[in-house]
Design a protein around this ligand. Structure first.
Ligand code: 6R9
Length: 590
């Protein structure tokens, strides 16, 4: 498989932003990538700078509404509207460094609010709108959020029921229509009139490169979600990788399909493309094959960044929705978030006339670390090569699967190509997370010596292409979203009849992995279809559709290790109907 190439037209290579990978890599430094005139603040780099440099008329965002006309924001309008929002926030008395949470679909007001928040040097903490009240409460509590930007519907369903558990939440700003009747005297107010009354002038105070800008919550195997803290300097890596890995150039129409509740939707749905000065298409609607092809065609999308689950759903939809469409504007297609199977790469080559370029990164890395570049032949199934400025290595694992660390504290690397181990990245780089919120020990555990340890298993071939093997832990990747088994198990345990719960990811043809749960009932409750159904509904209500298990099985007992840990790999074998004795192919820890 490693030797199958999708070759490139030499013209593509020479026209790309990275025509000569080896030369650029040899000379690239992050210091040289930092503009000498940086305003420091991401909102300045991504928005105001373009206005100051005479590009204010360029369209920054084209929002496609689920119904009705689309709305366009030039860089200048975006600068003015985000100034208004900055003034609104300041009037509320927030202080730099305070967390401002967002919980909303992809509405224009959400993007304006995120940029305005950065301007006042508050920290944007985006939440995924498909979360139920439990994940919302966990994250708001962890970040001690003072301000929440949301819609009336989301407030009613997900926040009002838990409002009593959120003593730090002082202000809730409602965006969108349909907001009457929700003003309950608990700091809830409608944003539109405040915006209308606010000035369009705002001057950003000096912002240090190390000032925090975003907190993105991500899931681990144990414990509650971790808030990865990113700083304003991250824009340097996001803009650089936007240019080299996504091949963004002035004049491009860029569509990143990710929601800002996921790190891809902020790093590449907002910061990188705006810093590169391109036009971003944002679709407010959910996935629909016909709609998606029609967006690619009618918006004349030239660079498209999406995820394997979405591509597999398009593949499933067949050729009919794409027949007769003119996709000639599409120049570069890239993917992230889950393994991109070679079949999908080849499907893209045949149906879209474009190979799909896989990229690899994580919430913690803040920006793309490994990519198949426009100028290089693709090896279907490989994640590509490290971006300029990034050095990677494969850390050895011993026979019990533990990473090998030398006495000096540095990791020990494999020395031969093709040997599997843990993918590590040499520190520092601008978009590296700077902390996990309130969790210094969990943060420290991600590093050894000069290296960040990703937790992913991979190998590097003789030509430097990286191949993903699997995750080194039990975290579930479903439709691109990381789901911590512990968070789901904790919600299931709240159900009165459940005494023990274990949650695993089961391979799925479309979404990569689907969440399944095993529970043990107590207190005289007997397994029945009715109780399973009730438990499923309970989980969906608490966790939301994106996180709740798709299947729950009642078991008399769960398998444990001697030390009492649940053996999730045994459950994974059981769920797939594999013999429980042969677990070698399943990956993950016990
Ligand atoms: C951006 C993002 C990170 C985890 C990562 C890995 C998986 C990401 C991948 C991939 C195979 C790729 N992952 N890209 N697996 N091939 N190209 O996805 O961030 O949500 O934090 O997830 O996603 O397991 O460790 P995040």
């Amino acid at each position: 498989m490693e030797h199958r190439y999708i070759s490139k037209d030499p013209a593509i290579a020479s026209e790309s932003n990275l025509p000569d990978y080896d030369t650029l890599r040899a000379h690239f430094t992050w210091q040289s990538a930092r503009r000498t005139t940086v305003g420091g603040n991401i909102a300045h780099e991504a928005v105001d700078r373009h206005v100051a440099e005479g590009r204010g008329d360029v369209i920054a965002f084209r929002f496609l509404a689920e119904q009705g006309p689309s709305r366009e924001f030039s860089y200048e309008l975006l600068a003015r509207e985000s100034n208004r929002f900055a003034n609104v926030l300041e009037r509320l008395g927030v202080a730099p460094g305070d967390l401002v949470f967002t919980l909303s679909g992809r509405l224009p007001e959400l993007y304006v609010a995120m940029i305005g928040t950065l301007k006042v040097r508050c920290v944007v903490a985006p939440l995924f709108s498909a979360f139920g009240p439990d994940p919302v409460r966990q994250r708001l509590q962890a970040g001690r959020g003072r301000v929440l930007i949301t819609t009336a519907a989301a407030y009613r369903q997900k926040v009002a029921p838990i409002r009593g558990d959120l003593p730090d939440l002082e202000h809730v700003l409602l965006i969108g229509d349909d907001v009457a009747g929700d003003i309950d005297g608990q700091g809830v107010c409608v944003l539109a009139p405040l915006m209308a009354a606010a000035s369009t002038e705002y001057s950003i105070a000096p912002t240090g490169p190390e000032d925090p800008a975003f907190v993105h919550f991500t899931s681990g195997t144990t414990g509650m979600p971790k808030g990865a803290v990113h700083v304003h300097d991250a824009v340097v890596a996001q803009e650089t990788t936007g240019r080299y890995a996504l091949d963004l150039r002035p004049g491009d129409v860029f569509w990143c399909t990710a929601d800002p509740g996921w790190v891809t939707g902020t790093s590449y749905g907002l910061v990188a493309p705006l810093a590169c000065g391109v036009t971003c298409v944002i679709d407010e609607a959910d996935f629909d094959a016909v709609r998606w092809y029609s967006i690619l065609e009618h918006e004349q999308v030239s660079v498209w960044y999406t995820a394997p689950t979405a591509l597999r759903m398009l593949m499933k939809a067949g050729d009919e929705p794409v027949a007769g469409r003119d996709l000639t504007h599409l120049r570069h297609v890239a993917s992230v978030g889950e393994p991109l199977n070679p079949e999908v790469v080849e499907w893209g080559e045949t149906l879209l006339g474009k190979a799909i370029h896989d990229t690899w990164w994580q919430t913690e890395t803040g920006a793309i670390m490994v990519a198949n570049f426009a100028s290089m032949p693709i090896r279907p199934g490989s994640m590509g090569r490290p971006v300029p400025g990034i050095e990677i290595g494969i850390v050895r694992r011993d026979s019990s699967g533990e990473r090998v660390i030398a006495e000096s504290g540095q990791p020990v690397f494999v020395t031969q190509p093709g040997v599997e181990g843990e993918l590590a990245i040499r520190t520092p780089w601008p978009s590296m997370m700077r902390a996990y919120l309130n969790a210094p020990d969990r943060y420290k555990a991600c590093f050894a010596g000069d290296w960040y340890l990703s937790g992913d298993l991979a190998r590097i071939d003789a030509d430097g292409y990286v191949w993903f093997i699997g995750r080194g832990d039990d975290v579930i990747k479903s439709a691109g979203h990381l789901i911590g088994p512990f968070e789901v198990e904790s919600a299931l345990m709240e159900y009165p009849a459940v005494v023990e719960a274990a949650v695993i990811g089961v391979p799925d043809q479309v979404v990569g992995e689907r969440v399944e749960a095993f529970v043990v009932l107590g207190g005289g409750a007997e397994p029945s279809e009715a109780i399973t159904r009730d438990l499923m509904a309970f989980a969906r209500r608490r966790l939301g559709s994106a996180v709740a298990p798709r299947r729950i099985t009642c078991e008399p007992a769960l398998p444990h290790t001697q030390s009492g840990k649940i053996m999730r790999r045994v459950l994974r074998a059981r769920a797939q109907g594999l013999p429980e004795g042969d677990l070698s192919t399943l990956g993950g820890s016990g």
